[in-house]
Design a protein around this ligand. Structure first.
Ligand code: F6P
Length: 504
């Protein structure tokens, strides 16, 4: 079952009813609202009291979730039913971090993943015992963003056992900048590609292999291990598998996380998985009204389909999470950027808004002007930590006071007789606080976003696990290569003119 247009209309009528009630008004009208709209799940606390729904509108959202049988949808995911219908695949990233399934398929996936994890850990130990100092990870999209985010978020202030570097963009400047300061004799490389057919990774892999001078210290992760081994002559024992039941953007928990394990160690990697598994258990066991992923996902639906808001921002008030918005852009927009339902019919309302964001307080001095006084309203997640891990307590206080101040000012605004100095308020946000930034809390946070995406996909009736939209551009790029080399003629007149320029 999917949401019908009338399902959204009922949400819109709640939105119209609440139009004149500001966020301050909602707080006044609903005693106990601050706690009623807050959830604590393991290391995550989230407060939704500054969203623009009241108890009745929230009930309507919950009603929608009940009609759609969200718990059944979660069970299907965890049990490895082929919910990626357009590709005929199971979606089992949850089996990479725990076994909460009731099906042999998912259990087998869990066991296979655990075996590969042991192999990966052994390779980490082997490298730790070597004289390698630097690791270069080559991959793009889901084969880059997750490992890059987590390695950056959880690394200490001093280099760990390895310095881990990432090359993703096909722009040769990216490879040049990473490789120039490194010593090929003390460097190992990990090539990550689910398909091993990705242009960027093949080109950058060749650059790195040539720079290393041999394939001896190259490792690979792929769902196509044969292709990985033969493309770069990598010994099979250094090739780790992944599977078609793991989407790239959901894969950091698999051997795709090899650079993470190298950056933070195998124990911390296991804790990251444990944090995600803990959240998985919550998703399966908590009732809808107390389920954080359901709350987050339905809030996103409310902002998009009831309030018609076309973008969503993520503000990390923790510098170590600065890469989170880029990671979430792929997770959310590649998953939910769809205009037809699973059965091919057009969706009934808007789907994914534009996700973007940045790290506070920096972004307060760049785009926050527009958030406070622009004509568009941008709902946002503000993410902070209760405890900091640096020795600068005063800075942490200042950082948190800014998080609190921004969310308050966005919600409440401030009247002024001078229109230039008036703040309209009414700008919704959710505040998410982690006890501290640890492998466990980060694992839980990322799992929360994964499951929220799934909730939204169920409401919209779309497949969150394919990404056909990225293919056309790749195909056209391949056909234009000969034209750029002067071996053929581009058909499109604008492209032809631009190629003439590029060819000088
Ligand atoms: O272009 C998008 C995409 O297909 C992503 O979904 C994927 O994460 C990325 O490319 C990289 O693909 P691969 O891991 O096969 O190299």
């Amino acid at each position: 079952m999917t949401t019908s247009a009338t399902g959204f209309e009922s949400l819109q009528s709640h939105a119209s009813r609440l139009e004149g009630t500001g966020i301050a008004g909602l707080l006044k009208d609903e005693p106990g609202r601050v706690d009623a709209h807050a959830l604590q799940v393991g290391p995550l606390y989230a407060n939704f009291a500054r969203q623009r729904y009241d108890a009745a509108a929230w009930d309507a959202l919950l009603q929608l979730a009940r009609q759609l049988e969200l718990p059944v949808a979660f069970r299907r995911l965890f049990d490895g039913e082929k919910i990626n219908l357009t590709e005929g695949r199971s979606v089992l990233h949850t089996a990479l971090r725990g076994d909460l399934s009731q099906s042999p398929v998912a259990r087998e996936a869990y066991q296979t993943a655990a075996e590969v994890r042991q192999r990966m850990h052994a390779l980490v130990r082997e490298l730790e015992a070597s004289d390698v100092t630097d690791i270069v990870s080559v991959g793009i999209g889901g084969s880059d963003l997750g490992p890059r985010l987590v390695a950056d978020a959880l690394r200490g202030p001093l280099p760990g056992r390895f310095r881990v570097h990432f090359i993703s963009n096909v722009d040769g400047a990216a490879a040049q900048r990473v490789l120039a300061p490194l010593d090929p004799k003390r460097t190992a490389a990990v090539f990550i590609s689910k398909t091993f057919g990705t242009q960027e990774t093949l080109l950058n892999g060749a650059i790195v292999r040539d720079w290393l001078g041999s394939s001896e210290r190259i490792y690979a992760v792929s769902a196509n291990p044969g292709r990985a081994a033969s493309a770069f002559d990598i010994a099979p024992e250094r090739v780790l598998p992944m599977w078609d039941w793991v989407g790239g953007r959901y894969s950091l928990w698999s051997a795709v996380g090899f650079p993470i394990a190298l950056a933070i160690g195998t124990e911390a990697f296991d804790q990251l998985l444990a944090g995600a598994a803990g959240f998985d258990r919550h998703v399966l066991e908590a009732p809808l009204e107390a389920n954080l992923a359901v709350r987050h996902g339905l809030t996103a639906v409310w902002n998009r389909n009831a309030l018609g808001l076309a973008s969503h921002a993520v503000m990390t008030y923790d510098q170590r999470l600065a890469l989170l918005p880029a990671y979430l852009q792929q997770l959310v927009m590649e998953s939910l950027g769809k205009r037809v339902k699973v059965d091919g019919s057009p969706v009934d309302g808007d789907t994914v808004p534009v996700w973007w964001g940045g790290a506070g307080t920096d972004v307060q001095h760049s785009f926050f002007q527009a958030l406070h006084q622009g004509t568009g309203i941008v709902p946002a997640d503000f993410i902070g930590t209760v405890r900091n891990d640096d020795p600068y307590a005063q800075n942490h206080e200042a950082l948190m006071s800014n998080l609190l101040a921004q969310t308050e000012a966005l919600a409440n605004g401030q009247a002024s007789e001078d229109p230039h100095r008036a703040y309209p308020g009414g700008r919704p946000s959710t505040t998410i606080l982690l006890e501290s930034l640890t492998p466990r809390s980060l694992g839980a946070l990322l799992a929360m976003y994964e499951h929220s995406v799934y909730v939204q996909s169920v409401v919209w009736g779309i497949n969150a696990f394919d990404q056909f939209g990225v293919e056309l551009g790749k195909q056209v790029a391949n056909t234009l290569l000969p034209a750029l080399r002067g071996e053929s003629q581009a058909q499109d007149p604008v492209t032809a003119a631009l190629i003439a320029r590029l060819r000088g």
